[in-house]
Design a binder for this molecule. Structure first.
Ligand code: IMP
Length: 179
């Protein structure tokens, strides 16, 4: 089965976990245009439909984002763009003076089994930190507090509790019997 992503970190994480389920995955490094939509599920599903027109064998993709309660779920599906533009500093500025710092990361996997598409999701709850902390990880990890540490301070431990891990576990346990 193929994992289509341009993010090597996502692939390595998925490969290591897949091995525990005796599932072999290959990496297809491919950029694809994400359709605009309001829900991650919809974006992931539509992206998979577009790719399924070209690739006929089983594959999956993953789409994720950070949802901040006080900002009504922003940046959510726009996380990638917001990270590239205003970044962690920008989010901290938007959150200045705001007491409610609750946030969550969500990941959605869309899996094409050769005929139809199924989705699996994972969510991890935390808070937006008051400052940038930690050097590990990527994206919004340095401002996402999980307990007392940010994801960027946790390193590999993050991968045991992350939204991606939860979605991947649901996905691999669901298809285990099919491979
Ligand atoms: P995409 O799923 O590759 O479109 O990524 C969405 C964006 O959400 C990324 O560019 C990151 O900024 C952010 N993001 C998703 N998952 C994580 C994570 O585990 N840690 C930090 N940022 C994340």
């Amino acid at each position: 089965m193929i994992f289509i992503t341009s993010n090597e970190g996502k692939f390595r994480e998925a490969k290591a976990l897949a091995e525990k389920f005796s599932i072999e995955i290959e990496w297809l490094r491919m950029e694809y245009e994400e359709p605009q939509g309001f829900e991650l599920e919809e974006i992931a599903k539509r992206s998979a439909e577009i790719i399924a027109n070209r690739i006929k064998e089983p594959f999956f993709i993953e789409d994720s984002g950070l949802f901040i309660e006080a900002l009504k779920g922003f940046p959510g599906p726009y996380s990638s763009y917001v990270f590239k533009t205003i970044g962690n500093e920008g989010i901290l500025k938007l959150m200045a003076g705001i007491e409610n710092r609750k946030a969550y990361f969500k990941a959605v996997i869309a899996y094409f089994d050769g005929s139809k598409i199924r989705t699996f999701d994972g969510v991890v709850y935390g808070e937006i930190a008051l400052e940038i902390r930690g050097e590990k990880g990527f994206g919004f990890d340095p401002i996402f507090l999980y307990g007392r540490q940010t994801f960027a301070e946790m390193g590999e431990e993050k991968n045991l509790v992350s939204h991606r891990r939860i979605a991947l576990e649901k996905f691999f346990s669901s298809i285990k019997g099919e491979f």
